[in-house]
Design a protein around this ligand. Structure first.
Ligand SMILES: C[S@@+](CC[C@H](N)C(=O)[O-])C[C@H]1O[C@@H](n2cnc3c(N)ncnc32)[C@H](O)[C@@H]1O
Length: 279
């Protein structure tokens, strides 16, 4: 059992692990059986100081997807006052939400202390309206919340946990939402197309990425370094990315109790889903 006094580097840190999920369950048998959950690899701690600069290359959809999340939040009535950002990273989305809603409070959780340090610096104008907490998605992150929330936002973090854990997290998100509250959920999905069409889609993505590398100061060097880190991890068994099919995502949201579960935006492997807890 944790108490609210448990902290690491000043971040509230609930530490009860509620879900003991086995990453091997969702991987091809034996193939990446030594792969680590990304939260246990230190990968995001390494990436944190470079993260925002690399995003145009790593995830060209991020800015458009964030802006759709903000549009949807803005359309919700009444205006959401308490929001959870699950997997906040460097806090960009949290920051945009706090700017858009001057009375809102955001609880932002992430498993990487280095990411939270970046978020703390990026969010220094809003210290009275944020709670930053260090927690694995499988931890008791609910302990960081001060009551139920009007909306949950999420962007590209949950695909790092095994599917059984993901389904549990959907159920737990459902529980912390107020009736009528929305879950705005952007994540990497597995997309299956016939071979040649799949290659065309991947090529379009590579082209989008390569067209922005040159705009980054030190961009090529940073991307080379990123590849080196990924390759080094590959030798040790790899890092786990466990995207689910979009239809699975929707089925699991419905299974957790959500209504109106639907995909509202797609940019190749990036999908944005909406779902509401019934009123
Ligand atoms: C791709 S970043 C997304 C960050 C942010 N949402 C954004 O829009 O930029 C993924 C984040 O998920 C966090 N993460 C990955 N696995 C996690 C886990 N099991 N528990 C908690 N955080 C995790 C990482 O530390 C990282 O900050």
């Amino acid at each position: 059992m944790t108490s609210k006094q448990d902290t690491i580097n000043g971040f509230f840190c609930p530490s009860r692990i509620l879900i003991d999920s086995n990453p091997d369950l969702n991987t091809k048998k034996g193939k990446i059986s030594k792969a680590k959950l990304i939260a246990e690899s230190g990968f995001y701690d390494w990436l944190a100081p470079h993260y925002d600069r690399l995003q145009p290359v790593m995830d060209p959809s991020r800015y458009q997807a964030h802006s759709i999340i903000l549009d949807v939040l803005n359309a919700i009535e009444p205006v959401p006052g308490r929001i959870l950002d699950i997997g906040c990273g460097t806090g960009l989305l949290t920051c945009q939400i706090l700017e858009l809603f001057p009375d809102a409070h955001v609880t932002a959780i992430d498993g990487s202390i280095a990411m939270l340090e970046e978020a703390r610096a990026n969010l220094e104008d809003f210290t009275d309206r944020i709670t930053l907490a260090k927690a694995d998605f499988r931890d008791s992150w609910e302990d960081a919340l001060d009551g139920d929330v009007d909306a949950v936002v999420h962007y590209t973090s949950l695909h790092h946990i095994p599917h059984d854990a993901l389904r549990e997290v959907y159920t737990r998100l459902f529980k912390v939402l107020k009736p009528g509250g929305w879950f705005l959920h952007g994540d990497i999905t597995e997309e299956r197309l016939p071979g040649p069409v799949q290659r065309i889609a991947e090529n379009i993505r590579d082209f989008q990425r390569s067209s922005v590398v040159d705009d980054l100061a030190d961009g090529k060097k940073l991307i080379q370094r990123l590849d080196q880190v990924k390759n080094a991890n590959e030798k040790k068994g790899g890092l786990l990315e466990l995207p689910a099919l979009p239809e699975q995502q929707i089925a699991w949201l419905v299974e957790a109790g959500f209504e109106f579960a639907t995909r509202v935006f797609q940019d190749w492997r990036l999908s944005l889903f909406l779902a509401r807890k019934p009123e």
